[in-house]
Design a protein around this ligand. Structure first.
Ligand code: SAM
Length: 272
């Protein structure tokens, strides 16, 4: 089973292995919602899980709240608890495939559910930005990790500097600070953030691969590992059978998953 797919998350719900679920809306988000005046804001909560925050918003007159999750189980739980919540606002979908435009996106223990490789983080930031209208906001609580801690197990947090680095190209960072009103078990472990989508995101500048061609990436990897080891690390035929830069480039340019793997390996090898 791969680490971040529908089966993985559904099994965690089936096994009731949901340590992240705090059983109610979280205090920092409630405090944020309480000062929102416009109840018609179009709001998305991706990776919503049992979506207690959406329940609060729905019960308090917010009319355009959407929840999204890759697993059906928490969405069905939510609908059972909130039968008047519109079905068309419940999205059973992979976040990265969802399309739409929102005024506000709410984050809670969603970012930290993805493995902490730089490409996924860039993908998360670009996707969040693409789901927001210009000047729309991404708001939420983000797991904190110190630069010294190994980041090997969920929740995969990040340091303040890391959050700034991958969000900065797309968002103005309005607030990113220690969360002062966390629930007791998360005190000192999370940031509160308000990020406002830039009108014109600098989409490329902070992309760690910006300006590096696929050819350079491949040549440097071959020099570092040699074809044999490269073929073991990324299992594609053109690294193993009569390997050459040209045939590999041809394959990688039309095969997204393989290209992504090669780019990840490059980032791990050279961009630490
Ligand atoms: C750690 S849980 C957090 C749930 C909820 N935000 C909370 O705080 O209780 C992560 C949630 O994200 C969902 N998820 C993981 N990957 C996803 C994806 N690619 N698209 C949509 N949902 C996803 C999981 O099913 C799970 O409900």
């Amino acid at each position: 089973m791969t680490e971040n797919n529908q089966e993985y998350w559904t099994k965690r719900y089936e096994d009731d292995d949901i340590g992240w679920d705090i059983g109610g809306a979280s205090s920092p988000l409630l405090a944020y919602f309480e000062q929102l005046e416009n109840k018609a804001l179009k709001i998305l909560i991706p990776g919503a899980g049992n979506a207690y925050e959406a329940e609060y918003l729905h019960k308090n007159g917010f009319t355009n709240v959407h929840i999204l999750d890759i697993s059906k189980i928490p969405l069905a739980n939510f609908k059972q608890r909130n039968p008047t919540f519109p079905d068309e606002h419940i999205h059973h979908k992979d976040f990265f495939k969802h399309k739409g435009k929102y005024d506000l996106v709410i984050e809670q223990t969603f970012f930290c559910s993805f493995e902490p490789d730089p490409m996924t983080r860039v993908k998360y930031a670009t996707k969040m930005a693409s789901l927001l209208v210009p000047k729309g906001k991404l708001v939420g609580v983000l797991m904190e990790i110190s630069a010294m801690e190994p980041n090997e197990h969920r929740p995969y947090g990040a340091t303040e500097a890391e959050y700034r680095t991958f969000l900065k190209p797309y968002f103005d960072i309005v607030v990113l600070e220690e969360c002062y009103n966390s629930i007791a078990s998360r005190k000192g472990d999370e940031f509160f953030g308000i990020f406002q989508k830039k009108e014109k995101p600098r989409t490329q500048k902070n992309n760690p691969l910006h300006g590096i061609t696929l050819k350079t990436i491949l040549e440097e990897l071959v020099e570092e590992y040699g074809w044999e080891e490269l073929g073991e690390r990324v299992r594609i035929n053109s690294f193993v059978t009569n390997p050459s830069i040209n045939s590999s480039l041809k394959f990688l340019r039309r095969t997204d998953w393989a290209r992504e793997k090669v780019e990840r390996l490059y980032l791990r090898a050279f961009k630490k």
